[in-house]
Design a protein around this ligand. Sequence first.
Ligand code: ATP
Length: 347
Amino acid sequence: MAEIVIKNVAKSFGSFKALHSVDMTITDQEFMVLLGASGCGKTTLLRIIAGLETPTQGEVWIGGRRVDHLPPRQRGIAMVFQNYAVFPHLTVFENIAFGLRMQKLPHPEIERRVVRTAELMHIEQLLKRYSGQLSGGQRQRVAVARALAMEPDVILMDEPLSNLDALLRLEMRAELKGVLAESKTTTIYVTHDQVEAMSLADRISVMNGGRIVQNDTPVEIYRNPAARFVGSFIGNPPMNFIPAKRVGNGRWRVAGIEMDGPQIDRENIEFAIRPEDVESAGQGFSATVRVVEPLGAHTLVTCEVDGKPFRAVLDSDLRTAPGEILTLGPVAARVRWFDPDTQAAIA
Ligand code: ATP
């Protein structure tokens, strides 16, 4: 069992708090993605789990063993970090075989694992090349192959596909997902790419300012953001927000229209809807079209509602142009509400 438990972990660099008390459990064989904007503390948290950074407080447990006092090599993990340490004077084969030779595995087994992981990462044709001669994206795949070849119980990856072009990235993403599920590895994967996060994760931890804001399945994070930040960070384009004013018990006025909403004793809250959950309808917000962007299957229309930008992803059959006025109705079941003070979702 390779469950990872992070208890009350914090990290300061001088007076700067990079991580505020983080608690998280990654269950055995789970694929956990740490997602957040640059500087939110993802890499710091991963480096603490790996043993490359010492936490200012807190504990890290892997497979029932407390490991925060142990050096990285005693933690039973494989890792792929941004500055992937691929040895330039060794061939690709020897780079991938490196950890396996340290483990003194028999030669045929080493050969088998090297070839298999190289094939998986589409670098089998490079096995005899010196790693110093490779492109950034090729080196990155060598680093991933080397980690996978170890067949570890736990693998930690920090933006392992960041140097690949879009198409290769898509392919590698699917390969990684397949192989890590098959090998029953517990994975923690850092990225700032939300599509990558959604596609890979069993659960996503969304981080902001050194804190975990929400830890949930990709669908939950997308459908039911626990905080305004999550709604604005996840989804492309992000959620629309409009101030809502109470007009009666459970009734709210939003950009000139009245609708049902939460029954709470507040004067002002915030209405939220995803651009995908808006339709051109007989009833809804009066929206002045500003920009029309055809995206193929859909058209992204940026409008002005109540004097603020409001985006809608509409069917591409809908013809519209800047200056026109559309009536945009939110899909009722998809409306969310937020507390403007705490920024938390209102149930
Ligand atoms: P990115 O996606 O850009 O890698 P990140 O979310 O991984 O960002 P971290 O690398 O964890 O962010 O950094 C979190 C914060 O801690 C940043 O503000 C960073 O400047 C700061 N930080 C990280 N390492 C150090 C260090 N060794 N000394 C001082 N500050 C640091």
